[in-house]
Design a protein around this ligand. Structure first.
Ligand code: AMP
Length: 249
């Protein structure tokens, strides 16, 4: 079985994001970029399934500007086998991404697509769900555990206040949550090996997808700066302030 893992290049999660002066988006120039953290977890899961003998090949796909190939290279250094790069603008919307990935899935016929539950830049949490609908495949979102047997996947999902276990038929789309695993670091020999692994290129035209934006961003703003707190000397003073000044009780 083949596993497809879509990996997105996003602003590194350690970077403090700055809004562009014209408020049309966030600053991407000279900003450190990295693989979306949820996608690292997805790659790790695919590697563990391969190591457990449940899969033979792991194919990474990234849609974005030329540098998205570096993100594929990062996943190849973790241990994935090959990559597919699709040249498209950074802002390609989840519906278009889902259609492009579904197009790749039709060519590659994987048994599983494992992707992040959300990209930390757009926070959409849509691509996996849309992809499974387009393909007509089973869907298991927010996985915190994945096990495969007899053509089915058993997934433990993180839901409000608890865990839910579901069983889906494969082929399936699984989106992964934070607690599924801890992604490995690439070792130096694997980084060297990754340089020789193939990355094929597919075009949006070849996949026949219209990626014209359907949404327009009206304005992006920095979050409001928090006002400094005040120290009170007693519970009586606190209650008085809440009553008289803040007027919440
Ligand atoms: P989103 O729906 O944008 O929050 O993204 C959910 C998941 O879809 C991500 O964690 C990735 O696995 C995948 N994905 C989204 N955008 C891209 C992209 N441009 N290239 C590859 N994978 C993507």
């Amino acid at each position: 079985m083949k596993i497809l893992v879509p990996v997105k290049r996003v602003i590194d999660y350690n970077v403090k994001v700055r809004v562009k002066q014209d408020q049309t988006g966030v600053e991407l120039n000279n900003v450190k970029m990295a693989m979306n953290p949820f996608d690292e977890i997805a790659v790790e899961q695919a590697l563990r399934l391969k190591e457990a003998g449940k899969a033979e090949e792991i194919v990474l796909v990234s849609i974005g500007p030329t540098q998205a190939q570096e993100t594929i290279r990062t996943g190849l250094a973790m241990g994935a086998d090959r990559g597919i790069y699709i040249d498209a603008p950074h802002e390609t919307e989840p519906l278009s991404v889902a259609k492009l990935l579904a197009g790749v899935a039709k060519k590659e016929n994987p048994g599983l697509i494992i992707c992040g539950k959300q990209a930390i830049d757009d926070d959409s949490n849509q691509t996996g769900q849309m992809m499974s609908a387009i393909l007509g495949w089973s869907q298991a979102t927010f996985a915190s555990s994945v096990s495969l047997a007899n053509g089915s996947a058993t997934i433990v999902r993180e839901i409000d206040g608890g865990l839910e276990t579901i069983k889906v038929k494969m082929p399936a789309v699984i989106t992964v949550d934070l607690r599924l695993n801890e992604p490995r670091y690439a070792s130096l020999p694997n980084i060297m090996k990754a340089k020789k692994k193939p990355i094929d290129t597919l075009t949006v035209e070849e996949l026949g997808v219209d990626i014209k934006p359907r949404l327009s961003v009206i304005k992006v703003e920095e979050p409001a700066t928090r006002e400094a707190g005040v120290k009170v000397s007693s519970v009586t003073e606190l209650i008085e302030k809440l009553k008289e000044e803040v007027k919440v009780i």
